[in-house]
Design a protein around this ligand. Sequence first.
Ligand SMILES: [Zn+2]
Length: 305
Amino acid sequence: MRPVLSRVTIAQGDEVVRVWQVEETEAHELYSNGLRIEKRYSIPKVAAEPFVHYRRGDDAREQRPVPFGIVFHTTESLALPFEENQNRALRRIGAGVLEYVRRIRAYHYVIDRFGRVWRVVPENEPAHHAGNSVWADESHYYLNLNSSFLGVSFEGPSRDESGQMPATAAQIHAGRLLTDLLRSRHRIIAGNCVTHAQVSVNPDNMGIGYHTDWAANFPFEQMGLPDNYRIPPPAMTLFGFQYDPSFRAATGERLWRGLDVADLELQRTAVASRTSLATFRRGLTQKYRRLYDKIKQPDFSQEGN
Ligand SMILES: [Zn+2]
C-alpha cells in the first residue's frame, strides 16, 4: 500500500511533504506528519521582524516575512547514557537546557533526547543562534544568520569520545518531521538547510568554523536533505575566509568535500582573473570587511522597510 502524501515543490527537483497544522492547544500543536510541538517553554510573541538577505552582484538589502533557511545546532550539553534507569536525570537535564535556551533566546527549536520538539523563540523573531556567520545561495548571500535563518538545536554535545554525535533515534526522527514542516511552511530550499559549523565565522582571524557543532556527522539524508557538506562554504568562496588544520580535524574522518571544492574554485577564479591566490583572497576579505561594517550601521539595517 502506498501512503497518501501530497507534496510541495520548492524548486526544481526539490520537493517536500506538505505539512499542515491539525490542532492547537495551550500546551502543544499537532501537525499532519505526526509532529507535535510543545509550547511550555515558548517565549510569548513580541514583535515580528523581517528576515534579511543581500542580493549577489549589487549587495542590495532585501527582506521578506519568512525565513530563508535552517541552521542545525547541538546544545553542547551533557548527554547521559540513554537508558531507562536514567529517565529522571535525563528529564531534569533536558528541562535545565530549555530554561537556559529560553533565558538567552538561543534557538527557535530544541529537540530533546526523547524526541520532543520545543518551540522556544517565535519563528518570526530573531534567536541568538548563529552569531557571526555567512551563507549564500544562487541569488543572495546572508550575513549574520540570526536575522535570516531559523535555529534548530539537538540536545546533547557535538560529539562523544568516539567522535560521534550521540543523537537518539527519537531525535533524528523528530528532526525530520520538523525539517519537513519548516521547509513546507516557508518553502525553504534544501541547499539552505545547513549546520552551524558550515556557516560560523570568526572575523578577527578570518577563519571559518568558529563554532564547530555538527562539523561532522550531521544526518542530512535522514532529514530528507542532500549531503550539504559537499557545498563549498560561501564564507571561503565569496569572502576569503580560510580554515586551519584544527578545524579540518573537527570535521572528522568523513571528508568535508565542500572545503576542497572551495579551495579549487578559488584557485581557478584567481588564475582566470590573472592574479595570485593571495591577492584575490585579499580582495574578497576587504569586501567582507566593508559589508560587515556597513550592516552594523543602524541606517543600513533600518533601510528598505
Ligand atoms: Zn550552534
